[in-house]
Design a protein around this ligand. Sequence first.
Ligand code: APR
Ligand code: PHB
Length: 390
Amino acid sequence: MRTQVGIVGAGPAGLVLSHLLHLQGIESVVLESHRRDYVEQRIRAGVLEQGTVDLLVESGVGDRLKQEGLVHHGIELRFEGTGHRIDLTELTGGKSITIYAQHEVVKDVIDARLAANGQILFNAEALSLRDIDGNPSIYFKYKGVTQELACDFIAGCDGFHGICRPVIPSSVLRVHERIYPFAWLGILAQVPPASDELIYTYHERGFALLSMRSPEISRLYLQCSPEEDIVNWSDDRIWDELRLRMATRDRWVLKDGPVLQKGITPMRSFVAQPMQFGKLFILGDAAHIVPPTGAKGLNLAVSDVRVLTRALVDFYKTGKKEALERYSETCSRRIWKVQRFSWWMTSMLHRFQNEDSFSHNIHLAELDYVTSSRAAATSLAENYVGLPFD
Ligand code: APR
Ligand code: PHB
């Protein structure tokens, strides 16, 4: 089997890459170790930056997103029992964010690829990469048989635990990492969201977030210890804790409802550089992880895809390799700005271990500043809706 770009992983990075390449007349094959229904149902984040929405719509996979996505013009920061609205649209000259679950994006792009006779092999696990400096190929297991996919380039879109990043020699690869001493306990609940907009709450007991998936489904998160066992969190305990942390002076009401799904996610910031070696390029979670407080994971994956697509188009149309050679460097500036923003939101809104009254007052002062200074609020807003592309 042979193709131009061999893609490992059918998450948002691999799928959007294969879709954009197809629109430019570049062939690819996507290998995905899981089943189709698994990747289409995996519950992940759900906030799309303006630029991500524009890219999906302009590339023809935005119809359902436009119909079902919830466009938001602001977010609330809540602390000391009071909410403060950050007017994203007013502060950014008209931009907004859209709530649309990641697995819905995945479904839409899979549909588009299959409708265009695109090749996505599900249940196909990549085992090893060969000759990434010369004539690269991917060995993979499909229907019990080991096969070879020869290609011009390999795109490692195989997530944090994938096989592609470790192929870059450890003498070359630098890893920058921060592991936070807390995690998020997330639930999906069958109850209309208690607010039209997202609410990020700082409380002495820890962070809490109200988000949503639709007018009927809420998504809520609580800061907890990374060692926490989900079995110790009954639905009632989760709702009680959310009510405690999100309570307001004017008695805001959080109604509960059936919990459809719950889980604990550890939090880390991670960047691996360079994101290329020979003819291998890594994208998305394979190259970087952000803590979810800035809602950036999927958006950052899509921005890597944008850079690599442009570089591959340049190569195939003109033979020029410069943009490919600069792929990692080009991605890096945005990645670090997004890392900074995600780390800052995380630090402002969470309780670290053994925080004293000094730290608590610093959290409050920062939140007070961000919600009362137009300059500070504008900085948050322009990062939250997504920095411009250069
Ligand atoms: N062979 C084939 N597929 C693989 C292999 C392998 N050896 N290893 C991993 N995969 C697949 C996984 O099954 C998964 O479907 O690669 C895919 C990686 O997808 P994601 O983890 O969704 O990563 P990415 O596409 O970079 O998307 C980033 O996902 O985790 C969220 O918050 C993150 O929103 C961000 C987005
Ligand atoms: C979500 O809806 O899952 C969500 C929203 C905002 C975040 C993180 C996750 O910052």
